[in-house]
Ligand binder design. Structure first.
Ligand SMILES: Nc1ncnc2c1ncn2[C@@H]1O[C@H](COP(=O)(O)OP(=O)(O)O)[C@@H](O)[C@H]1O
Ligand SMILES: N[C@@H](CCC(=O)OP(=O)(O)O)C(=O)O
Length: 370
């Protein structure tokens, strides 16, 4: 393993993406392989790593059960196959992990669940809770309802989004290739393997070639797009050969792979992401609150003089100083209507004013880019 590559055995929170071809072959579900993968997953859980599995395979499994023909399927048939396959897929993971005392949970998402702020916060909270409870979430795209406009279409990018959403420090894409090469190794015998990619330069991005289909499903292209999301979100990403039994142990023991190094720590990446958001409202604060923010404190309702805009919980708001200068962008823990009612009041009064106990801070320092 290259010196700079992260150590898989030391992952704090690990997201693993499993492609359809690894799970399903001409004879159906590869149960022995799945059991060996889950034996690895259980070992990593025992070692204290939180694990999320992003698994493809619902369409590949379902189409076999339904006896659908080879080749591309019309959308309705792919969705029907996904419905039939997903239930079997989730069951197979459950059967492989239960003997290890590991509880599984099924999570089905669409692109909208990360694009829409409220749904994003909801799915993030659910994932955090599932991990805090010690379960292994099994994630897939909700293919049965996801039409073209709202679907990722490939689980590489879904896995990267999940990794960033959950604050994972490592993402492992298990594929049929042991990493990124300077060109497609299946067609170019001179292609060189790249063990560590410290920066996603345009030269590296060009190595992905063209997507296999209009949906960018498959190939290296979507893996490089996933890498961009992961590393910008502070998560290291690896591409490794997954067809061997116990692929996590293989990588940990030095099997060839490619690692993309994170750009920054997740907290810094999150602040950058917040800073780039378009505010949906303004909170004008007094001198005391402005000073508190400079010292890294949260914004309490007591320091807020004026609230403008119609925003929801979790929406971005601009925090404006007494002289009209923009001090920060942050995510509001209250709606615009609620913020107007509690502005200027002490946090202890929130329950009396709103009729329920809310958070003490209007914008928490973790959710603020100053
Ligand atoms: N620069 C490259 N380096 C490695 N593989 C590449 C490259 N360009 C294209 N590929 C192709 O990408 C394939 C892996 O993508 P894909 O088949 O979609 O895997 P998965 O099913 O795991 O998502 C490899 O088998 C290889 O043929
Ligand atoms: N969500 C789809 C898989 C999409 C996908 O990315 O597939 P693959 O390229 O095999 O990882 C399914 O479960 O069939």
């Amino acid at each position: 393993m290259a010196a700079l590559a992260p150590d898989l055995t030391r992952a704090r929170r690990l997201v693993i993406k499993i492609g359809s071809a690894l799970l399903v072959d001409a004879d159906g579900l590869r149960r022995d392989w799945l059991q060996a993968l889950c034996d690895d997953v259980a070992d990593w859980r025992k070692g204290g790593t939180d694990v999320v599995l992003v698994s493809s395979g619902s369409i590949a499994l379902g189409r076999r059960v339904l006896g659908l023909p080879e080749g591309a399927l019309p959308l309705e048939q792919a969705q029907a196959a996904a419905a039939v396959g997903q239930i079997r897929l989730a069951r197979a993971y459950e059967e492989a992990l239960t003997p290890h005392g590991v509880t599984t949970a099924q999570v089905l998402l669409t692109l909208e669940d990360s694009a829409d702020r409220r749904r994003y916060l909801n799915s993030r909270a659910t994932m955090q809770t599932l991990l805090a409870l010690g379960t292994v979430p099994i994630v897939n795209e909700n293919d049965t309802v996801a039409t073209d406009e709202i679907r990722y279409g490939d689980n590489d990018r879904l896995a990267a989004q999940i990794a960033v959403t959950c604050g994972a420090d490592q993402l492992l894409l298990l594929s049929d290739v042991d990493g990124l090469y300077t060109a497609n190794p299946k067609t170019d015998p001179t292609a060189q393997h790249l063990p560590v990619i410290a920066q996603l330069t345009p030269q590296i991005e060009a190595m992905g070639g063209d997507p296999v289909s209009g949906l960018s499903k498959g190939g290296m292209k979507t893996k490089l797009m996933a890498a961009r999301t992961a590393v910008a979100g502070g998560c290291a990403m690896a591409i490794a050969e997954g067809s061997v039994l116990r692929p996590l142990s293989a990588v940990a023991n030095g099997a060839r792979s490619s690692w993309f190094l994170p750009e920054s720590d997740p907290q810094l990446a999150r602040k950058r992401w917040i800073a780039a958001m378009k505010p949906k409202g303004n909170l004008v604060v007094d001198e005391g609150a402005a000073h508190a923010l400079q010292r890294g404190k949260s914004l309490l309702p007591a320091g807020v003089r004026q609230v403008t805009g119609d925003f929801g919980r979790g929406d971005p708001v601009a925090i404006i100083g007494p002289q009209g200068e923009t001090l920060a962008t942050g995510l509001s823990r209250y709606t615009g209507a609620e913020a107007r009612r509690i502005a200027g009041h002490h946090s202890a009064e929130i329950e009396t004013i709103l009729g329920y106990a809310g958070r003490a801070a209007l914008v928490h320092r973790d959710d603020m880019a100053v």
